[in-house]
Design a protein around this ligand. Structure first.
Ligand code: GTP
Ligand code: MG
Length: 169
């Protein structure tokens, strides 16, 4: 089976662990237990006929938001196939950090898939980024609480990883 190391990056408390939990266990927990260092979770997903009916093993590296940009100075990034960079729709400062982390990931790993996700859309349903650069980067909107956008986001990232690995672009 194809497997891919996928980094979950983004500021403290934006919902990285909650998105991983929604994706892997289809659950949501409103208690906040901050990640210490990194948690690794795996989840196998059928990518569908758009991806040759392949199954991809996501190896999710759910990082501690406290690292900030210093995550790029750690060994955690080694061998990453892709990244999901998360922001919180209710906290503008996290959007700025998201853009910075996307840029850093693209610089370190040119051409590897990276998804920018604005989470907690249940708290700010009408929120949309106005920044043109951000919209060009293909920002997605999600809620780990309701599940909105979560499965779709992981599936489309999985298909991008599959296309890149099989050289079908
Ligand atoms: P660190 O590990 O500290 O970097 O945080 P994190 O990014 O992993 O955030 P976490 O998933 O722990 O979520 C932080 C808080 O936000 C928790 O209380 C979650 O229940 C809450 N939360 C996460 N996602 C959502 C969401 O989509 N909607 C709402 N309403 N709350 C959310
Ligand atoms: Mg966490």
């Amino acid at each position: 089976m194809m497997s891919a190391k996928v980094m979950l990056l983004g500021d403290i408390g934006v919902g990285k662990s909650s998105l991983a939990r929604r994706f892997v266990f289809n659950r949501f927990d409103s208690d906040y237990k901050t990640t210490i260092g990194v948690d690794v979770l795996t989840h196998d997903v059928a990518l569908g006929s758009d991806a040759g009916n392949a199954t991809l093993r996501f190896v999710l590296w759910d990082t501690d938001g406290d690292f900030g940009a210093r995550i790029f100075e750690t060994v955690y990034l080694a061998g990453a196939s892709a990244a999901i960079v998360v922001a919180d729709a209710t906290r503008p400062a996290t959007l700025v950090k998201m853009s910075g982390l996307v840029a850093k990931f693209e610089e370190r790993f040119p051409a590897r898939p990276v998804s920018a996700i604005v989470n907690k859309m249940d708290l700010a349903p009408d929120f949309r980024l106005t920044d043109e650069a951000a919209s060009q980067a293909g920002v997605l909107y999600a809620s780990a609480k309701t599940g909105q956008g979560v499965e779709e986001m992981f599936l489309s990232l999985g298909r991008a990883i599959w296309r890149r690995t099989t050289n079908i672009v």
